[in-house]
Design a binder for this molecule. Structure first.
Ligand SMILES: [Zn+2]
Length: 708
């Protein structure tokens, strides 16, 4: 995913830092966040930034930006594009710097202090955003410019920026009455606080939800190293002699593929599925209801039928009907495929005289068995060929070199917030430095689950800035001295996140509001998904997939099996994703009066109603640990991956039609799409690249949903 900022004010405004505020505010004497970093590309001085620097810098950053905004709003000069829109783009330098650094660190390397600052600042930042967007004098200036936009002789990007600002203000409530603006402010503050609580709850609940067992025997099937790690984890919790297996953020849990003891699998699955809804300190049910209600109320206040309608209006999908149609059409064929796959699994169980019906806890285990039978390999055969450094430098970077002429040089002189983080200078084909790239690949208990990309500095020629981007994965760290061997999914994720990184690094725009990945959410996953194609492109794969001990290339038969097996289990994957996407829509297509009182009953009824209530395939996230949906970033927007995938699959066809891994193809994609950020309507960018509207057939083909 591309991680939306936890705290979204500056990101929503697109207010990147400006070079114009050079003097450190007196209130921040000695605070390294007070001025732009003097390191290359304004790379953050992680070695100097301490937790206690954030809160005062937030407060000062908001104060200064508000002064800047008031000066714009109260100006005696007639509104002009420069003195209003450009001035807003340049405002908030300090706040943007604090906020991006904080949000990134809080996602990747948090602690109780940062969590407390997040809780304290979230409602303040929501109020700060409201103070800008709901300032009537400021909106009057924006509106007067907007009304005469065709006469201002603006270039295309500037005109688009003006339109974008007008839309942002209207959607933020600028046209509401004074009384309704006050109601909206209260709701925004409440939503910010609730979302922060939900995010922190989910991480704490996940950390607290480990599977604890008494004997090594119960973990049979897991590797000796993993069992040793479980023993160490139990010891660290004061459970000497026991074993503790951590859970990850999705419903599915990696050890389910390995554990041979069915009762233990069932226990692990039950722990995972119960997260946030079994009582106790981190139960999220009340929070879910409050968030859904507050969002529904906000949408109603702004004149929308529900929160999804409000959210989707600003996306390429545009409305709930379009999203419901796409998801609804795919649900039935996806579940049918999953049922066929379940029958295959059941056949293996029955052949072994198992005497039970396959359920969710059995799925991964027997899928691996079917895969082993049908394709004569299991996932573990691949891992020795997927060593992390080779995947990154000989795979991800190699593909970027072949497609775009990029080259990479690791540097060790810049400070990092964790010793595992690697830093690379990125050079363009002409030898000029383009960006700095951080690779933070390992899992930590203080890191959000999943994988994401974010930016510390965004490119904008208005501000003279270049990209500093980071990729975050959650690869389990091996014991010292052992190689880091990836699963096939982790390899794909590495390519995926680098696709986001390219979108950020290639940004060639004037205004920060449009930099890199500042595009609609249902468009942002598109370039990243396209980049996954190179993970299995023969020339790329041959270059990186080499045995970590012998250097031997991955045998061609193994590779062919990997590719052949890619369509296998698509029924499961599509169904679990659709179930979560549909839940996300259901929760956000309610009016305030329709908000239910029982979270789990509503969830069950929704899944049934939508025909995705197939118990062996639970939603990828259940409601009470569905951070995409309830933490803010992808609320009413989890469908975005599939929407983007339509564009992705069509683009993969384009690359194949045009000769694949070649500079001319990469350069075209970069020129027409990756470099353009949000400077134009997203679908216009696609059409400029592809020469026509997207078609859905490649997506259906890929996911095995053509009914063939
Ligand atoms: Zn992504």
């Amino acid at each position: 995913m591309s991680r939306p900022q936890m705290l979204v004010v500056a990101a929503a405004l697109g207010l990147a830092f400006s070079q114009t505020v050079l003097a450190a505010p007196a209130a921040l004497a000695g605070n390294p966040l007070a001025t732009a970093s003097t390191l290359p590309f304004n790379y953050p001085a992680f070695d100097k930034i301490k937790d206690e620097h954030f809160a005062p810098a937030f407060v000062e950053g908001m104060r200064i930006q508000l002064k800047e905004i008031e000066a714009i709003a109260n100006s005696k000069a007639a509104p002009s594009f420069d003195n209003t829109i450009v001035a807003m783009e340049k405002s908030g330098a300090l706040l943007t710097r604090v906020q991006t650094t904080f949000a990134n660190l809080q996602g990747a390397n948090t602690n109780d202090k940062l969590d407390a600052i997040d809780s304290e600042m979230s409602p303040k930042l929501a109020a700060h955003g409201d103070a800008i967007y709901l300032n009537p004098k400021l909106f009057a200036r924006v509106k007067s410019l907007y009304d005469q936009r065709d006469k201002l002789k603006l270039d295309a990007e500037s005109k688009h920026l003006l339109e974008r600002y007008h839309t942002d203000f209207v959607r933020a409530g600028a046209k509401l009455s004074a009384a309704d603006k006050e109601k909206l402010k209260a709701l925004n503050g409440a939503i910010a606080t609730l979302q922060t609580s939900f995010t922190q709850n989910v991480l704490k609940e996940t950390n607290a939800s480990a599977l604890i067992v008494d004997s090594r025997a119960e973990l049979a099937g897991m590797s000796e190293a993993a069992i040793d790690a479980a023993a160490a984890a139990a010891k660290a919790k004061g459970l000497d002699g026991k074993f503790s297996v951590a859970v990850v953020n999705t419903s599915g849990q990696p050890p389910l593929a390995e554990l041979t003891n069915r009762a233990v699998r069932e226990k692990l699955m039950a722990i995972s599925l119960a997260r946030g809804s079994h009582g106790g300190e981190f139960d999220s049910r009340e929070l879910v209801l409050k968030i859904a209600k507050a969002r529904a109320e906000k949408a109603a206040l702004l004149g929308y039928a529900n929160f999804a309608a409000y959210s989707l209006e600003d996306q390429t999908a545009h409305d709930t009907a379009a999203v419901n149609k796409l998801l609804g059409e795919l649900a039935k064929p996806a579940v049918n495929n999953a049922k066929k796959e379940a029958a295959d699994l059941q056949a293996v169980v029955d052949a072994g005289k198992g005497g039970f019906q396959v359920d969710a806890s059995d799925w991964a285990f027997y899928t691996d068995k079917v895969r082993a039978q049908r394709f004569a390999f299991d996932e573990n055969q691949l891992k020795p060929y997927f060593e992390l450094d080779s995947v990154l430098t000989n795979g991800v970077f190699y593909a970027a070199n072949k497609l775009y002429g990029l080259s990479f040089k690791e540097r060790k002189d810049l400070p990092v917030y964790n010793p595992d983080v690697r830093v690379f200078d990125v050079f363009d084909a002409d030898g000029k430095q383009l960006a700095i790239f951080l690779a933070d690949m390992y899992a930590r208990s203080n890191k959000q689950g999943g994988a994401w990309m974010n930016e510390y500095i965004s490119q904008a020629s208005l501000l003279g800035t270049h990209s500093v981007v980071a990729n975050h994965l959650n690869i389990p760290k091996p014991p010292a001295g052992e190689p880091t061997l990836l699963t096939y999914d982790e390899v794909k994720t590495a390519f995926h996140e680098f696709g986001h990184a390219l979108h950020g690094m290639f940004s060639n725009v004037k205004y920060p509001r449009f930099s890199g990945t500042n595009v609609p959410r249902d468009f942002v996953e598109y370039p990243s998904q396209v980049n996954e194609m190179w993970a299995v492109w023969p020339e790329v794969l041959a270059n990186y997939a080499r045995h970590y001990k012998t250097g031997a290339p991955m045998p061609k038969e193994l590779l062919d099996k990997v590719i052949a097996s890619k369509k296998f289990n698509q029924g499961f994957l599509t169904t679990e994703y659709l179930a979560a996407s549909l839940l996300d829509q259901r929760w956000h297509q309610l009016t305030p009066a329709q908000i239910p009182t029982d979270v789990l009953a509503f969830e069950a009824a929704s899944l049934k109603d939508m025909g995705v209530d197939f118990a062996p395939v639970p939603p990828r996230y259940r409601t009470t640990y569905f951070s995409h949906s309830f933490s803010g970033g992808y609320s009413a927007g989890y469908y975005a991956y599939l929407w983007s995938e339509k564009l992705d699959a069509d683009t993969v066809e384009w690359f194949k039609e045009n000769g694949g891994l070649q500079r001319k193809n990469g350069d075209w994609f970069r020129a027409k799409l990756l470099s353009r950020g949000g400077t134009d309507d997203a679908m216009n960018l696609f059409r400029n690249f592809r020469g026509r509207d997207p078609v859905i057939e490649p997506l259906l083909e890929r996911r095995g949903l053509t009914g063939k």
